[in-house]
Ligand binder design. Sequence first.
Ligand code: UDP
Ligand code: MG
Length: 381
Amino acid sequence: MCYNFGIFLKRIIAMMKSLDSNGQVVPIGSRPNNAGIKNPTESADLPFSCDLSVVIPVYNEAENLPILQQQLAASLNNLKIAYEIIYVDDGSTDGSLAALQNIVQSDGNVRVIELRRNFGQTPAISAGMDHSQGKIIVCLDADLQNDPEDIPLLLNKIAEGYDLVSGWRKKRQDHWLSRTLVSSVANRLISLITDVKLHDYGCTLKAYRRDLLHHIRLYGQMHRFIPALAVLVGAKIAEIPVNHRPRRYGKSKYGLNRMFTVLLDLLTVKFLGSFSTHPINLFGGSGLFLIGASVVTGIVMIFRKLVYHQSFIQTPLLLLSALLFILGFQSILMGLSAELLIRTYHESQGKPTYIIRRIITSDRPDAEPEDGYSANRESLR
Ligand code: UDP
Ligand code: MG
């Protein structure tokens, strides 16, 4: 057994090295980055072309769009800053695209991204963010439930130095059972498990500093977990109460089944937060515990055999001990495979396992943050 495990470990170590183009083994640390892969959110390497990008996911909201555009333009024109509005049509089938085409023609600040099919709210938000050019990005729903009048409040809070400001629908105007109650339980659970203290994770109305979004990729329906993911990369977060209005036209795209998606996403976020750079801690820990339990069960079994002359097969202890051992061993193997995956993830993309905010030296005591956003936040006041 020991011999086999030794061989197994040697194989794992061998796999953690890779061959260069000449067939030579290259240790992990000296492998070059995969320069061909570029993260689309890194469009911020370009100079910002405006102060603010407003990103709006749209799925069958035809009647709401002209009213929303009117309210948005009124609120944003008052701000006297350069802005763009990006509507992402997420495969609508109700004439939303035609409504958006009319809006584009009447307002030069508007762009429309049409997705090929309905991908979901999170991918639609991602598409908008990836194609935005503002220093600050604000997201809101297209159904008029969020109030564009709240955007200046979010920007003021960002100007105080926060990286992310989240809206809190304090007086929520949704069905009390299927929405308000379920979401208040979900919010408490998310807050407990992620240790990020917000009242309302599900509110789409949020403002982000662009540099923060470089470090966050959204998968599945993860937009509600952006604050938790942002805390993992060291963001400063604030929450402010915002207006919430009842839906007038169209209907909600979600039912109670969203609860299960949220629960599973929560598990993923917790795993990413606690074990993403060292998964063997989770799998190895539970593996060792299970093997320990297997040994204890084995000892009890032998004790009963020696003292009470009870045969090994008279009780389920033999089976239990074997089962626990196999489960424990499998868990450790899973941890080792996860360690391999993590190395591939970080090294294939040249991603370090840390994020620097800024480097301070004697000649640059007031150095700006590494990813280039200006510490001078006056421009948005
Ligand atoms: N949405 C989307 N794709 C989808 C589902 C929703 O772009 O597959 C948009 C929708 O048009 C709205 C926002 O996401 O702008 C929030 O959706 P909804 O109002 O149905 O969610 P609720 O307010 O009920 O949570
Ligand atoms: Mg809504």
